[in-house]
Design a protein around this ligand. Sequence first.
Ligand code: PLP
Length: 388
Amino acid sequence: MTEHKNLRMVRQAHHPSNHPERSRGAYELTNYNGVIERYKQYLPVTDKTPIITLKEGNTPLIYANYLSKLMGRNFEVYLKYEGLNPTGSFKDRGMTMAISKACEERVTAVMCASTGNTSASAAAYAAKAGIKCIVLIPAGAIALGKLSQALIHGAVVLAVDGNFDAALDLAREITNKYPITLVNSLNPYRIEGQKTASFEICDTLGKAPDFQVMPVGNAGNITAYWKGYKEYKEKGKINKLPLMLGFQAELAAPIVRGYPIKNPRTIATAIRIGNPASWKQAEKARDESGGLIDMVSDKQIIEAYKLLAAKEGVFVEPASAASVAGLLKLARKKYFNLRTCKLANLRTKIVCILTGHGLKDPDRAIKSIKEPRLVKANLKAVLKEIGY
Ligand SMILES: Cc1ncc(COP(=O)(O)O)c(C=O)c1O
């Protein structure tokens, strides 16, 4: 069978009229069919676009009791838990768009450079679409969980002897020369899909938050969120925009320092990026919103990582904890108190974006905990240990 015939069959299988759950009607447990279907009026899709979805999006906005209390009675802190997307990170929102459009354009192969999550997502959506996925990763710098995802989904994974920035340069060059589509966040459809997260936040809160706090790596996500908020405001869905607060890791903070970092270092591998592709757009989001882009140390990231798990019951990967580390850093500086007076808002709403699931990086979790104590297999020994 030719590649094109193959692709036609895939497209037919994904056409809305052939959607098994849709046609089953009464057996359907939920009407939710992913971000493209929910927000198609805001996305560059037509009836001809084959929707490749794993029902991404619709992630919970969790009220953070502990953090809200810590911030004081005039604050409400929410956690947008993007780790609950199908492949465990926010990348799925952009990937459903990028892969659907690639299929619409009859592309048979996609490629990305990745610190892990993009590759996991690209590999899963390419598998669903029946197309080839090629991944370039910086050798030795990918969390185990993410690498295993890309491999189990059947992607061709090549470890490049260099950092993420070198891998991205290679992916850009190859996809410029060969009929392979780049699915990094430089692909505009990725940004389109990812902006749906701001729509969800506004739809849940009934308005935009006052502040949004998030990690910044290659800066595609902050670009996407800001685009989403601005579009919702233009359409009259919200009447006020949030302040965008981005956080990089201290030794991988090119935007904060104002120059590219040759050898970025942080335990938060997802944001170990020295020369962000969407640098300018990130600065635009910061400046247009009146927000900031600052940095947090690995120690602060790990503290926030443990706090989220132990006090809020939410397990994230280290890069995601940079948002809460940033929240706590700014709170210590009384940043919010000063701002909120200006906003004259009774209860200030702060949303922290938790970009990826904790199970992505099991090594980090294991390094952060004490191993369980060994006890004798008898009642007396167990009761003694638990204080009864
Ligand atoms: C878990 C996680 N958090 C944050 C980021 C940073 O997002 P961006 O590169 O769009 O700034 C990434 C990117 O790989 C990620 O995987």
